[in-house]
Design a protein around this ligand. Sequence first.
Ligand code: NMX
Length: 972
Amino acid sequence: MAFRRQIIRATLQNAKRNSLAQLARAGGRCLSTASPSLSAATADAPPQLPPFDHRPKPYKGPSAEEVLQKRKTYLGPSLFYYYQKPLNIVEGKMQYLYDENGKRYLDAFAGIVTVSAGHCHPEILKDIVEQSELLQHATTIYLHHAIADFAEGLAEKMPGNLKVVYFVNSGSEANELAMMMARLYTGNLEMISLRNGYHGGSSNTIGLTALNTWKYPIPQGEIHHVMNPDPYRGIFGSDAAGYAKDVEDHIAYGTSGRVAGFIAETIQGVGGAVELAPGYLKTVYDTVRKAGGVCIADEVQTGFGRTGSHYWGFETQGVIPDIVTMAKGIGNGLPLGAVVTTPEIASVMSQKIQFNTFGGNPVCSAGGLAVLRVLDKEKRQQHCAQVGTHLIGRLRDLKEKYEIIGDVRGRGLMVGVELVTDRKEKTPAKAETAVLFEQLRELGILVGKGGLHGNVFRIKPPMCFSKDDAVRSLKETHRYSEEERVLPRPASLSLSLGILPLTPYALFLPHIIPPSASESFFRSPLNKVQQPNNLGSDLHSQLKELIPEQQERLKKIRSDYGKVQLGNITTDMVIGGMRGMVGLLWETSLLDPEEGIRFRGLSIPECQKVLPAAQPDGEPLPEGLLWLLLTGKVPSKEQVNALSKELRDRAAVPDYAFKAIDALPVSAHPMTQFTTGVMALQVQSEFQKAYDQGIHKSKYWEPTFEDSLNLIARLPAVAAYVYRRIFKDGKIIPMDDSLDYGANFSHMLGFDDPKMHELMRLYVTIHSDHEGGNVSAHTGHLVASALSDPYLSFAAALNGLAGPLHGLANQEVLLWIKSVVEECGENISKDQLKDYVWKTLNSGKVVPGFGHGVLRKTDPRYMCQREFALKHLPKDPLFQLVSKLYDVVPPILTELGKVKNPWPNVDAHSGVLLNYYGLTEARYYTVLFGVSRSIGICSQLIWDRALGLPLERPKSVTMEWLENHCKKAAAA
Ligand code: NMX
């Protein structure tokens, strides 16, 4: 509450300051009684826009408010607008825009990088008007010179054999067509695009786009998103080789080996002006072509000289694509797009009729040709180089001065300025960006915003933007920085003034983010989970704040959508283990068949990036993941450290739990011993105690929280006891108070190699949760729904985990691999391996570690373990064998014809890593899995209680019932 009050106070102060400053400007008066920052603002009169010889026409149309109302009534709710108070732009001239009151704005975003030559450029207008007066439309079923002239003009601008032009109406359409060409030409289906790329929002191109804020949950097609070669945020920095290798690996492991094509922007537009690591496209184009694919350059934003150094963006990477797509700047505002390719690729399109009603219509073609001519005549490419170099240089100077500027990048007039709250962690300064964005508008400067977090200013003005304009926009940014309204000089100063935490981000955000997208924005992982975490420093108080709003949310979903159908249940589903049936609420994670698991919206690589680690660039700490699963927020390092300590403080295991284990024969399976220990811990259940004392149901979550944290804290000691009892003569190693959860677990097991500590952190993190339908999670949830306490529920879950088709596969894989080595030696050839796989299958067994009930791609948990192995044990013979299996097994399983996912799952890799560091006893592995799983199952259990989820009780039917029902349905 106090925080909200602070936000409102800060907003009001800002608003007051702004309006006073405006008053002062309007009246030219000096407000001598103003606050120090206000007097600074007024004394230093704002620099004016450079003089410009144009008078806007008097505007007689409806007001901004009326337009907005009409838009809301008659246009789709997904339309969004910039600024808290949307701008009614009614006229444009070159690099300037005018609002309904005749106020002039410097346009540094060009109608989203579309107005290339300048708003209403007279020469272009003249050609458009002349053509419109003669003929607007007839289509290509008749001849017209405009389309042919324009195609010729465009082809002349292209290098190599890129000579055949197709005209369409937009960038999305261009990319649709390019993708279709790639598939038809190569005969392959799978496309590769870059994460953080944007290629359109139509139902096919949405699959190519790789920014969740723009993607509706519809089928995305055969598309793979590879690592973004982002020099600022990417894990390999500017080293293109690492990212290029990812493409090679992705083709080798994630596709059939043959692909249709690869598409990339050369400077990502919507993604925040991210320039690809130098040399990247060269290597990747080679790789893709070797895999049978074609290379597509998306020049929708980078083309036509905007980058300054070159006419086309791809030329900055020294490559010639097979297909080039373009739109936006090509028409200077006309709805126009094009695809240019080689005659050979184009020939595949002639097998059917390919036609576009408006593509290349006379008006657009005349306008497009005029754009080409004007850009050349006015030497706009050279101009972009000069002005852009100056602008980027000056912005880099600012970066030296202001901590908050994390990165200045781009080329020519395609510039990005990324704001971060701290340079080391590169935490997106979303709130600060939003505030500065509003204030720049107040000053008459319109920039764009981009990047997944909306923390990158996109400066991509009409190409006639002058040096004066550049200076002016810099001055404003700088002046406001100096006034400490938004960007106080060193960021630490702003923190000490308390300004950054007070930014009215929450108040601005809904106006900046698309209203319909805003929901997905709030759900979108990095935006949501990285919001400042101001709720309190411990988990319990965070939950206390979060629970009421989530209870309300669930209530609303039920009342608003309670009757909405989520799919049809078929007989197949009833008999087939309920596959594909949506029937459980599970908040902590969601599994996408193609993409793998997301923890509270974050993929595994994203978690590796944003969750606090014990070492620089190290693996995430499982405590951080627990925090994330419980609160939906990424914790700070301090919060994670506090949680580590809290778990250590809760970790004492009562002696009778060990005695219960000791009552079993040492030969009992480790999972049996482990579950026995967990059952013994139940004696201390706080939930059971509170229930016996008649606790009110609204308070159930609190003792559940206590039990869950105690259980998670105590499991490593119980699990380590089982290990040491069975395999190390019962010599117990006590906990080390200086270590975090994962490292301590490794230590108590007897492994103190720092790399094993890292492995354990990774292992626990990735095994923690896998949405709710898997056997262990589902069992825990089901048992808990009867109000069994967390110990009873989790013990039940462990019993499910101990099945060979589920968690026991952890042990089965290594035992199977060892049996391969025993029979055929370590240097087994692929042919021998194939024979061994067939032998396993023919003996009626499954190949452990391959296949999945939901996933339809290689498990990302497998991939991150593979990356760990490549980093730390690339030469290990068993790892080499696992790699070989990746080549050998999937084709065989595919050949069986019934396996839905022939690719490896998490279990295919974990044993080899553990074995390498000395944890060789495969029979024990599922216990490690069990410890990890407690984090996900208990987190959800706390929410089950907080949300008051009911007893789970699906309807079952008999075969007779099914027969009767289906017969009746068929007759009807
Ligand atoms: N080896 C041989 N046959 C397989 C395999 C495999 N790895 N995977 C699936 N099949 C068979 C499966 O047994 C079934 O055959 P049938 O119709 O004769 O009963 C058929 O292919 C169709 O199965 P799917 O629908 O593809 O898979 P399902 O959802 O039934 O099962 C698993 C998923 C994971 C149980 C299955 O793939 C499997 O048994 N894999 C090996 C064991 C394993 O690695 N388990 C760990 C899972 C880890 N994880 O879930 O993350």
